[in-house]
Design a protein around this ligand. Structure first.
Ligand code: ZN
Length: 203
């Protein structure tokens, strides 16, 4: 399976990192070894002093496809989840400065927290899904997918132009503003439409 991630998909987040709002989706990938599931804790890695959280809505691909037209994109995902794209921001800044790929900062082990999924048919409005994350029970990030620069359907169309999408592939659809550093001892909890989707303790 493949894990696609979208960078800078919310204008306010692009701004907070000092990036321009992109004209096309910014795409990167994580390997399957990046997945952290079942509410397992995240162990702070030694190679970074600046790991940041990015809470993101996750799409699970339910059908193989290539060159998917935007109007058919909804057939390719049935379940919607929530996760965290952990980012070694210190490494990423160094890599970005040198124009180098981001993998070391983005694709490391356990960098993709994955919570529960809900059936898309249980959601009121697929184009406006609210989500939030708390740190030690305090709200730290809140977003709504109506604010994305590139819709889920467009992302599926765009990705499938370059990559064959396979059942089980995941798409992390980008983080809203409000990213910040994590520290050992903190507990993160994610909610989609008010429903608890994951817990992640930093150890
Ligand atoms: Zn992200």
């Amino acid at each position: 399976m493949k894990i696609f991630c979208v960078g800078r998909n919310y204008a306010l987040h692009a701004k907070e990192l000092g990036n321009a709002v992109p004209e096309a989706p910014v795409i990167f990938m994580k390997p399957s070894t990046a997945l952290l599931k079942d509410d397992k804790p995240f162990y702070y890695p030694e190679f970074s002093k600046g790991i940041e959280f990015e809470c993101e809505v996750v799409l699970k691909i339910c059908k193989n496809g290539k060159h998917i037209a935007e109007k058919f994109a909804k057939d390719y995902y049935q379940e919607i989840g929530l996760g965290i794209d952990f980012t070694a921001r210190d490494l990423q800044s160094q890599l970005k400065e040198k124009g180098l790929p981001w993998e070391l900062a983005k694709a490391f082990d356990n960098s993709a927290v994955l919570g529960n999924f809900v059936d898309k048919n249980t959601l009121n409005n697929l184009e406006a899904i609210s989500f939030e994350m708390t740190k030690n029970k305090e709200l730290i990030q809140a977003g709504n997918t109506q604010d994305v620069l590139f819709s889920f359907d467009y992302l599926i169309h765009f990705l499938s132009t370059y990559f064959t999408l396979s059942t089980g592939d995941l798409i992390y659809t980008g983080t809203p503003a409000g990213v910040g550093k994590i520290a050992i001892g903190e507990v993160y909890e994610g909610y989609l439409e008010g429903q608890k989707m994951f817990t992640c303790e930093i150890k």
